[in-house]
Design a protein around this ligand. Structure first.
Ligand code: HEC
Length: 140
């Protein structure tokens, strides 16, 4: 009985004094570290219908939740690309050299497998044009 009690005491002490390891890097809210897809840029100021905005900033804001590193679009495309024999880095849309502007616009408006279609409220035509030219191969 006495030994059992001692065992319980030592076990409890072991839990309390266990080495917590190095302190974790905290995100801005004091939570776990933030991944790129959780740290998208803000939507550029101004009228969403007018052109001339930075396609990279719009891509981060409108598509980044799924297509920045760690996003579910990146994860699914990485699996798909690797299965097709391509390099894993090509799971990131920003690393692709083969996507045409028209194909990108079509996928966004119609959706593709696990990607939902995005309406003109989600992404205006002006925004999509800037994003598709940012991602798409030059001249097409
Ligand atoms: C809700 C998550 C989500 C959002 C938001 C999203 N996508 Fe996707 N996207 C996906 C997923 C998932 C796939 C992979 C579909 C598949 O399995 O082929 C994908 C695939 C694509 C593809 C096809 C790539 C290929 O090789 O066939 C393009 C192009 C694309 N997305 C562009 C965009 C653009 C541009 C935006 C922003 C305007 C965007 N996506 C926003 C989830 C998303």
């Amino acid at each position: 009985m006495k030994h059992a009690l001692l065992f319980v005491l030592f076990a409890a002490a072991g839990v309390c004094w266990a080495d917590p390891g190095p302190p974790a890097v905290k995100g801005p809210a004091g939570g776990p570290p933030m991944l790129p897809y959780q740290m998208r840029t803000l939507l550029p100021a101004g009228d969403r219908q007018s052109g001339g905005k930075d396609g990279g900033v719009l891509f981060s804001n409108r598509c980044g939740a799924c297509h920045l590193p760690g996003g579910m679009g990146t994860n699914l495309l990485t699996k798909e690309r690797v299965a097709a024999g391509a390099a894993p880095e090509s799971g990131l849309l920003t690393n692709r050299k083969d996507l045409t502007v028209d194909f990108i616009k079509m996928v966004v408006r119609r959706g593709k497998l696990a990607m939902p279609r995005l309406t003109r409220v989600d992404v205006t035509d002006a925004e999509l044009d800037a994003i598709a030219h940012y991602l798409g191969k030059p001249g097409g």
